[in-house]
Design a protein around this ligand. Structure first.
Ligand code: NAD
Length: 339
């Protein structure tokens, strides 16, 4: 065994039905007095906070600029983001230029709260980067805030978390610590997703998903983007496909290609192979199955394949060339059985 692993410094508080109290306590711990509460829809009460409700997927720069100006004009000293990846993403954009600390209260399973990755969109082009200033100082997980997440969104977001775990097994900086986090995340998500599908208002199933989503995101933050994330990043960026459902569709095809290199995945899914486990899960959850149903046109596939080819990680376990990618993307577009 030989590896160098870096852990990101972050405090994690996990307690259902108690986010408001924990956030107030964490604001005080940070010595802050003027929070900006960024949220749309599901939120919490926070005394003395400036409310900011303009949140847009993929963080357009104009939206980030307005949030930055509002933070400056109100003398904000801490950002509290209550929402999904888009809300956390806006807080990160503000932290990127101001250095303000973030307290993240996730209401989906996207996992952005556990990474130091930011993303901004300008003129339809998304730019991402890594900066320690955008890593939330504190994450407060309260599964009761995810009870309102509709089942199809819960499924897609939960499978997005599964994708973080699976791709971490072979991503460029995959190491035994990332793999340990990833495998435990898959066990928790594989158990929690059917439970949430059957009983969306059962808070324990939701806790399993948040716990799994956090572990998966920690693994992903350290291991980096593997082939699966490269494919989804290109599809999302070039064709504006919905983030979480795109992950749900693409993952089985990349798993079929790479799973020979990660035999520990199958037992984490409780299945004979990882692909079998993933397909069982997707069927059980009635997950989206093709890029076509997400709105991608067949004519866009060659450009997508070119975009992905330029980004394939050099150490991907299976050799990947243009022809292999074209087949993978066409199969995913059609929703063909990846077996
Ligand atoms: P999202 O934040 O856009 O939320 C999706 C929808 O669900 C929105 O309409 C939102 O209002 C609604 N919603 C959220 N929580 C809810 C709840 N509890 N109840 C009811 N409705 C709720 O989607 P997402 O999948 O969480 O995040 C996607 C974004 O996050 C993308 O822009 C993606 O690039 C980014 N992301 C970034 C990272 C990172 O490390 N930087 C990681 C994952 C995702």
């Amino acid at each position: 065994m030989k590896f160098t692993h870096e852990l990101l410094p972050q405090r994690v508080v996990f307690d259902s039905y108690a986010a408001a109290d924990h956030v107030a306590a964490e604001v005080e711990r940070l010595g802050a007095r003027r929070p900006m509460l960024i949220s749309t829809g599901t939120s919490i009460e926070l005394e003395g906070a400036v409310r900011h409700t303009e949140v847009v997927m993929h963080v357009p720069v104009e939206v980030a600029e307005r949030a930055r100006s509002s933070a400056a004009s109100h003398g904000v000293d801490v950002l509290v983001a209550v929402g999904g990846g888009s809300t956390t993403g806006l807080a990160k954009a503000v932290a990127l230029t101001t250095g303000l600390p973030i307290i993240a209260v996730p209401t989906t399973y996207a996992g952005s709260e556990a990474t130091a990755v930011w993303g901004l969109t300008e003129g339809g082009r998304k730019t991402t980067g890594t900066d320690p200033r955008v890593l939330p100082r504190v994450v407060v997980y309260d599964a009761s805030l995810t009870l309102s997440l509709p089942v199809p969104l819960s499924v897609a977001s939960g499978l997005n978390a599964v994708a973080h775990g699976v791709d971490s097994m072979w991503a460029p900086r995959a190491d035994p610590i990332n793999r340990a986090f990833a495998l435990e995340s898959i066990r928790a998500l594989n158990a929690g997703l059917p439970r949430v599908f059957d009983h969306p208002s059962d808070v324990e199933g939701r806790e399993n998903l948040l716990y799994g989503a956090y572990l998966a995101a920690v693994a992903f933050a350290s291991a980096g983007s593997g082939l699966h994330h490269k494919v989804c990043h290109v599809l999302g960026g070039m064709f504006n496909l919905p983030h979480a459902p795109t992950h749900a569709v693409v993952l089985p095809y990349v798993t079929a290609l790479n799973e020979f290199a990660a035999p520990a995945l199958a037992p984490a899914f409780g299945a004979p192979t990882a692909l079998e486990g993933l397909l069982r899960l997707a069927n059980r959850l009635d997950a989206p199955r093709s890029l076509r149903e997400l709105g991608l046109r067949e004519a866009d596939l060659p450009a997508a394949a070119d975009g992905v080819l330029a980004a394939v990680p050099g150490n991907n376990p299976a050799p990947v060339d243009g022809a292999r990618l074209a087949t993978l993307l066409h199969d995913a577009w059609e929703g063909k059985d990846p077996r």
